[in-house]
Design a protein around this ligand. Structure first.
Ligand SMILES: Nc1ncnc2c1ncn2[C@@H]1O[C@H](COP(=O)(O)OP(=O)(O)OP(=O)(O)O)[C@@H](O)[C@H]1O
Ligand SMILES: [Mg+2]
Length: 255
C-alpha cells in the first residue's frame, strides 16, 4: 500500500518530458497562428482585388476629388501588398513541415542559389564570386527549406548593397563539419542591430517583415547547425553557417 502511494506521487518532469511538452506547445501555437494567418489571407485578397478594380475605375480621374480618391486607393493597395507579403513570410516561418533529410552536396545547393540570383545580381551591379571547396564532404539537408534559407541571405545581401558591390560565397571544411560563408560589401550593421537581426519581426526596411533571418536560423538549427554574423558599418557583413557532418562520417574523422 505504502509503495503504491509512493509510485503515484507526482515527480519532477524529466528533461525529455519537458522537451516533448515544449515541442507539443510550440506545434499547437504554430498551427493556431498559421490558421489565423490563413483566415486573414482570404478577406485580404478580396480587399486587394476590389482595390485594383476601384483603381481601374478611377484610372482616368479628371476632377481633383477623383484624383484624391485615386491616391488614397493607391495607399490602401500598397498596405494590402505589405500585409500579403507579411502573411506569406509568417506562414513560411511558422510552417510545421515534415523535413526530408537526404545526403546532399552543399556546393551543388549553393550553385543552384547563385544561378537563381545571378540575373538579379547583374541588374543590381553585384559581382558574384564563389569559392567552393571541391573536396567538401557530403552533408544531410532538407534541400527545399535549405534553399529558402539561402535565398533569404542573398536577398538581404542584395538589399544591403543598393549601389552594387560584391558577394563572396565560400564553402570549406571546418573543425566539426562544413562551413558556408556569405560575405557582402554592403552597408553593414552596428553591434546593437547585429544583436537583434535574428529576432522575429525585427526589420530596418520599410515594408520588411523581419522574418527572413529568423526563418533561416530555424532551418539551419533544424539541420543541427548554427548561423552567426560578423559585420562592420560601411564595410560589409559576413554570415557563417556551420553544419555538422552525418554521425557516421563524424565518427570516421580523426580527432
Ligand atoms: N547582409 C546584410 N547586411 C546588412 N544588414 C542586414 C543584412 N542582412 C540582414 N540585415 C539586417 O537584418 C534585418 C532583418 O533581416 P530579415 O531578413 O530578418 O528581415 P528583412 O530583410 O528586414 O525583411 P524581409 O526578409 O521580410 O524582406 C534587416 O532589416 C537588416 O537591418
Ligand atoms: Mg530579409
Amino acid at each position: 500500500m505504502e509503495q503504491r502511494l509512493t509510485m503515484n506521487q507526482p515527480h519532477p518532469p524529466t528533461a525529455e518530458e519537458v522537451n516533448q511538452r515544449l515541442i507539443a506547445q510550440y506545434t499547437e501555437i504554430a498551427t493556431l497562428a498559421g490558421g489565423l494567418a490563413h483566415e486573414i489571407k482570404n478577406p485580404l485578397s478580396t480587399i486587394c482585388l476590389n482595390m485594383e478594380l476601384l483603381a481601374e475605375d478611377f484610372a482616368d480621374a479628371a476632377t481633383p476629388r477623383d484624383r484624391r480618391a485615386l491616391s488614397k486607393i493607391a495607399v490602401v493597395q500598397q498596405e494590402c501588398q505589405r500585409l500579403q507579403s507579411l502573411l506569406d513570410n509568417f506562414l513560411q516561418f511558422a510552417k510545421v513541415r515534415t523535413v526530408r533529410f537526404e545526403a546532399s552536396d552543399l556546393n551543388a545547393e549553393v550553385r543552384r542559389v547563385l544561378e537563381f540570383f545571378a540575373p538579379k545580381a547583374q541588374e543590381s551591379g553585384i559581382e558574384l564570386v564563389a569559392y567552393l571547396d571541391p573536396d567538401l564532404p557530403s552533408v544531410v539537408l532538407d534541400r527545399e527549406s535549405f534553399h529558402g534559407a539561402l535565398i533569404n541571405l542573398v536577398l538581404n545581401a542584395q538589399q544591403a548593397m543598393p549601389r552594387g558591390g560584391q558577394l563572396v560565397v565560400r564553402t570549406r571544411t571546418a573543425a566539426t563539419g562544413v562551413a558556408l560563408e556569405l560575405i557582402d560589401t554592403g552597408v553593414g550593421l552596428d553591434k546593437k542591430t547585429a544583436g537583434q537581426i535574428f529576432d522575429a519581426f525585427f526589420s530596418t526596411k520599410p515594408g520588411g517583415s523581419g522574418l527572413g533571418l529568423p526563418t533561416t536560423r530555424k532551418v539551419v538549427e533544424a539541420h543541427g547547425g548554427r548561423i552567426s554574423v560578423e559585420s562592420e558599418v560601411g564595410r560589409g557583413t559576413k554570415f557563417t553557417i556551420d553544419l555538422p557532418l552525418p554521425p557516421r562520417l563524424t565518427a570516421a574523422r580523426p580527432s
